[in-house]
Ligand binder design. Structure first.
Ligand SMILES: Cc1cc2nc3c(=O)[nH]c(=O)nc-3n(C[C@H](O)[C@H](O)[C@H](O)COP(=O)(O)OP(=O)(O)OC[C@H]3O[C@@H](n4cnc5c(N)ncnc54)[C@H](O)[C@@H]3O)c2cc1C
Length: 230
C-alpha cells in the first residue's frame, strides 16, 4: 500500500474508540479480517455513513474472525465486506478523500470515496536489533524458558526461568515473547512476573557469590608466593 507521504489524518492504526466520533457521516474503510477488524467495523458502524471491511486476500470471514462477530456484522445494514481485495493507493490533500481497491483475482482497480482508513493487520516483533545471543523464533519472537532449550544457547546447569531468554538474567515479556497469548492482561501479568524473576536471579547470583572462596587482600598473599617473591 503506497501510503508514504499521506497527510497525518489520512491513515490510522487501531484507535477506533477515539477516532469513531470523527467518522460521523463518512464512508470508512477497514483493512483486515481478524477479530480486531470485526470489532472496529462494528464500532464504526454506529457513527459512519457506511463501513467497508476489505479483506486483503481472503475469501471468507470464518477463516479469521469469531462467529459471534460475523453474526453481529450481518445485522448492520451500513456494513459490507469486499473479499479478495487489497488497497492499492490512497488519495487526498489535507485529509483522505478516496482509496483505490484492487481485486486480487482480476487486478481491476476501483476508486472508492473514503473519509477514514483503519488498518488491523496484526503486528510484527521488532527484534532485529537484539544481540544474536538472544534466541528468536523464525518470525523474530523472543524464545524464553523451556523454548530456549532447542537453540543450544543456554549455558547454565539450571533451567531457565519461565520468562528468561537464552541469556541468563535477561527476561522478555508481552507480545514480543514467543507464545500463543497476545493480550493486554497477559502482557501486564508477565511484566510483574518478570520483576519477580529478576529478584530471584539476583538472589541466586548473590548466593553463588557467597559460596565462592573469598579473595585474599594483597597483604595476605600465601606464604609460598611471598617466599618465591622474596
Ligand atoms: C489491532 C490490535 C488490536 C488488539 N486488540 C486487543 C484487545 O481487544 N484486547 C487485548 O487484550 N489485546 C488486544 N491486542 C493485543 C494487545 O495490544 C497486546 O497484547 C499488548 O499491547 C501487548 O503489550 P506489550 O507491552 O507486550 O507490547 P506493546 O503494547 O506493543 O508495547 C511495546 C512498546 O515498546 C515500544 N518499543 C518497541 N521497540 C522498542 C525499542 N527498541 N526501544 C524502546 N521501545 C520500544 C513500542 O513502541 C511500544 O510502545 C490488540 C493488538 C492489536 C495490534
Amino acid at each position: 500500500m503506497g501510503s508514504t507521504g499521506l497527510p497525518a489524518r489520512a491513515s490510522r492504526t487501531a484507535r477506533p474508540r477515539s477516532e469513531a466520533p470523527n467518522a460521523h457521516g463518512l464512508d470508512v474503510h477497514i483493512v483486515g479480517a481478524g477479530n480486531s477488524a470485526g470489532q472496529a467495523a462494528l464500532f464504526f458502524s454506529t457513527y459512519a455513513r457506511s463501513v467497508t471491511t476489505i479483506l486483503c486476500h481472503g475469501d471468507r470471514l470464518e477463516k479469521s474472525m469469531s462467529r459471534y462477530l460475523i453474526d453481529q456484522l450481518a445485522t448492520r445494514p451500513n456494513l459490507r465486506t469486499i473479499f479478495g481485495a487489497e488497497v492499492a493507493a490512497v488519495h487526498g490533500d489535507l485529509s483522505l478523500q478516496a482509496i483505490d481497491v484492487r481485486d486480487s483475482a482480476t487486478g481491476a482497480t476501483t476508486r472508492l470515496e473514503s473519509g477514514g482508513l483503519f488498518i488491523f493487520i496484526g503486528a510484527d516483533a521488532e527484534t532485529a536489533w537484539l544481540a544474536p545471543e538472544i534466541a528468536l523464533d523464525q518470525r523474530g519472537y523472543i524464545l524464553t524458558g523451556s523454548d530456549t532449550r532447542g537453540t543450544g544457547r543456554w549455558t547454565l546447569d539450571r533451567d531457565p526461568y519461565l520468562l528468561e531468554t537464552s541469556v541468563p538474567g535477561i527476561f522478555a515479556c508481552g507480545d514480543v515473547r514467543f507464545g500463543p497469548v497476545k493480550r493486554v492482561a497477559a502482557a501486564v501479568g508477565e511484566g510483574s512476573m518478570a520483576i519477580a524473576f529478576v529478584h530471584q536471579f539476583l538472589r541466586d547470583a548473590g548466593a553463588n557469590e557467597a559460596k565462592r572462596p573469598a579473595k585474599r587482600p594483597h597483604s595476605e598473599a600465601p606464604r609460598n608466593v611471598q617466599a618465591a617473591a622474596g
